[in-house]
Write a protein that binds this ligand. Structure first.
Ligand SMILES: Nc1ncnc2c1ncn2[C@@H]1O[C@H](COP(=O)(O)OP(=O)(O)OP(=O)(O)O)[C@@H](O)[C@H]1O
Length: 327
């Protein structure tokens, strides 16, 4: 659906995006995660055709190469891409339904059907009763629903979300994310979500890319990224470095479900004669289920048995730093 190859972007002499290569499948919800200034929004604007990029790069959406597309063709192409923003970008002097009708009026569709189509969109996003309100009479979540309805007005194939829930409280964020998932399922729209909120990615996205200083550092399914926790993700989450007590060995064990945890931990207890302690646990609730990270310590004599046991059960693990070996 979206194929990006060797995409570089400069502002004046400063390079903002570096050799981005990324494939996003039709119907996927893809997250772009990174710290502030990493280049997420710039990449989103390139996908939307709002920003140009270096000549040698390629960005193909639904079979159309958009690099250097003539202006009129680009305008036509952009009809198929909807976008929503953190600040909603609604016209304050127009009513809710007028905001939703605007893109259809601009593109001169059959004017008779427009009010009916706009009402259907408001129903889809759950605010048909607010059609005649003005944006300032709505809550943040309701405003974002209007923005989503307007973004869907031209029946886009792709919906781009730029920090769309960053200004919302957790409960409203969840309701907007649920709506995006419903739209993705019902309309089979490909969704790209730019965010710095880890919970948004976990709850909503199928796959995830991490951007750091303009470079795409990691791309994978969300659960695989949270199982592997590459250093780029740890830099965003600010994970604390755990170490063991002197004379002990420590491991971070990652298990892809709570059910699997029980059997692995029971097996581990047998291997070390029950002599281990779980001193910290952390759970990542992803769209596909819970990924649990256990931090354990045990006596040094069990070091090799634990490694053999974890390897034989294909468990993802990391050894924790030991103060003894560091001395
Ligand atoms: N129009 C512009 N002119 C010059 N530099 C720009 C422009 N737009 C963005 N930048 C720079 O490009 C870099 C990436 O910005 P971008 O907005 O893409 O980052 P981001 O990851 O989306 O950050 P945030 O999460 O804060 O929105 C930043 O250093 C920013 O200062």
């Amino acid at each position: 659906m979206i194929h990006i190859r060797n995409l570089n972007k400069h502002y004046a002499h400063r390079q903002i995006l570096r050799d981005i290569n990324l494939d996003i499948a039709r119907g996927e919800i893809h997250g772009l995660l990174g710290v502030s200034g990493a280049g997420k929004s710039t990449l989103l604007r390139c996908i939307n055709g709002l920003e140009s990029f270096d000549d040698n790069g390629s960005l193909v959406i639904n079979g159309v190469e958009i690099n250097q597309l003539p202006a009129q063709k680009l305008r036509e192409f952009r009809k198929k891409i909807g976008m929503i923003f953190q600040d909603f970008a609604l016209l304050q002097r127009k009513t809710v339904i007028e905001n939703v009708m605007l893109p259809m009026q601009c593109w001169r569709q059959d004017m008779r059907n427009i009010p009916q189509q706009a009402k259907a969109l408001l129903k889809l996003v759950g605010i048909e009763d607010k059609a005649d309100f003005r944006p300032q009479q709505l809550s943040g979540g309701q405003k974002q629903r209007v923005a989503i309805a307007r973004a869907l007005a031209l029946e886009p194939q792709v919906l781009l979300c730029d920090e769309a829930t960053s200004a919302l409280d957790p409960v409203t964020t969840k309701s907007i994310l649920d709506l995006l998932k419903e739209i993705n399922q019902r309309l089979n729209i490909t969704i790209v979500i730019v965010t710095h909120q880890m919970e948004v990615v976990k709850a909503t996205c199928d796959r995830l890319s991490i951007i750091e200083d303009g470079e795409l550092i990691a791309t994978n399914s969300v659960d695989q990224i949270f199982i592997e926790k590459p250093p780029a993700l740890q830099r965003i989450t600010g994970d604390i470095a755990m170490s063991t007590m002197p004379g002990q060995v420590g491991f971070k064990i990652t298990l892809p479900s709570i059910e699997q945890s029980t059997s692995i931990l029971l097996g581990l207890a047998t291997v070390v004669n029950q002599a281990f302690t779980i001193f910290y646990t952390q759970t990542d609730y992803c769209k596909t289920g819970a990924i649990v990270h256990y931090y354990i310590t045990t006596e040094h004599q069990y070091h090799q048995q634990i490694i053999a046991y974890l390897n034989s059960n294909s468990v993802t693990f990391q050894e924790l730093a030991s103060p003894i070996s560091a001395m």
